[in-house]
Design a protein around this ligand. Sequence first.
Ligand SMILES: Cc1cc2nc3c(=O)[nH]c(=O)nc-3n(C[C@H](O)[C@H](O)[C@H](O)COP(=O)(O)O)c2cc1C
Length: 168
Amino acid sequence: MTETHRLLIAIVSIGLYMLWVAVLFFKHRKQYNYAVSGEETLVVYASQTGTAEKIARAKAAALSQQEQTSVVSMASLKLNTLSSVSKVIFVVSTYGEGEPPDAGRTFSKALKKASSNQSDYLSHLSFEVVGLGDKQYAAFCQFAVTLFDNISALGARALSPLTTLDSG
Ligand SMILES: Cc1cc2nc3c(=O)[nH]c(=O)nc-3n(C[C@H](O)[C@H](O)[C@H](O)COP(=O)(O)O)c2cc1C
């Protein structure tokens, strides 16, 4: 067997391995699209370095004493999941210049698109938003503000005004 043959075998093996990893990744992602029952309160976090996630989990732990509660990253949340939920609590940080953290990008885009139609798609839904940010940034908690406005534009009912927390 020549050097070239060995090289070809190595390249094909690596290619097959990467294909296998990609198949596993997409299979897992598909399974992870979150399913909920209408009875439960959904606590959704969008966090880059873990602070919002910690707060979301603490909130969910406290709530679970009184009601059925689930916690999920915004990265796994589809907009249509909210059509089968009656109450949702968002705990989100802000990055860039008022942008969502990576985990919130896809959901945020879908929400923005839907809310530009100003429908009553989420009129069955009650919600709260807790925003984490830093007042040193001009766009303090901007993602939380945008989220609050876009959810409201779809007819959802705010259970309380937007809460903002300054990490600075
Ligand atoms: C690169 C960078 C950009 C940020 N941009 C903003 C911003 O535009 N507005 C804001 O209020 N906070 C901003 N922050 C602060 C974070 O939102 C804040 O530290 C938050 O508590 C982080 O929460 P997390 O750990 O859940 O991601 C930024 C932080 C970093 C590191």
